[in-house]
Design a protein around this ligand. Structure first.
Ligand code: URA
Length: 202
């Protein structure tokens, strides 16, 4: 299946209760052949209206951070764990995440990014399969069977809690180093610096 076929198959998704409150499914955006993918939590008001992830205030922060490490939105792929806006921007519920997770994993399987940067608790916990706090694992590198996971703080959290902006910026500088190593590395060697963690994802 291609990314576009998966997108089309989800346009009228009724798999969970979020279908009733959404304007549209926010599937994802960017380069379908990206080697770097960013995964957020769920669409907010602006994303629901425009059908594109990270176009609101948190998206502006993300764009600036991407720019700071020389990445443009066109070269990466951006998606969310949950593809429909939760009412009043509440947290996605466990069953909603479980229902939507296979679609995220399918996106990852099709795009085949080398590196996935999760943004915030929900994306990290979904991809790592562990109920761990983001502040414990942010900025660490996890080797999963199919890709490297690099958990980052959520830009919206840094917007609301100013003290999180510095660590988020710091982790983006670390991301730049990882990207530089990925670009310079010979095929098959790994840029993982921290102890690799083996998880069964698929
Ligand atoms: N926050 C997210 O996690 N995703 C979006 O698309 C927008 C804000």
């Amino acid at each position: 299946m291609t990314l576009e076929e998966l997108n089309q198959s989800l346009r009228d998704c009724q798999a969970c209760r979020l279908a009733s409150g959404r304007t549209q499914v926010v599937f994802g955006t960017g380069n379908p052949h990206a080697s770097i993918m960013f995964v957020g939590e769920a669409p907010g008001l602006n994303e629901d209206k425009q059908g594109v992830p990270f176009v609101g205030a948190a998206g502006k922060v993300l764009s600036k951070l991407l720019e700071s490490v020389g990445l443009s939105r066109d070269e990466i792929y951006i998606a969310n764990v949950v593809k429909c806006r939760p009412p009043d921007n509440r947290n996605p519920q466990t069953d909603e995440i479980e229902t939507c997770k296979p679609f995220l994993l399918q996106q990852i399987q099709i795009i085949k990014p080398k590196l996935v940067c999760s943004l915030g608790n929900f994306a990290m916990q979904t991809l790592l399969g562990k109920k761990i706090g983001i502040t414990k694992v942010r900025g660490q590198v996890f080797q999963l069977p199919e890709f490297i996971l690099f958990p980052l703080l959520h830009p919206a959290a840094a917007l609301h809690q100013g003290n999180l902006m510095a660590p988020l910026r710091e982790d983006f500088q670390k991301l730049k180093k990882i990207l530089d190593e990925m670009t310079n590395e010979p095929e098959h060697s790994s840029p993982v610096q921290d102890k690799p963690v083996q998880m069964d994802l698929f």
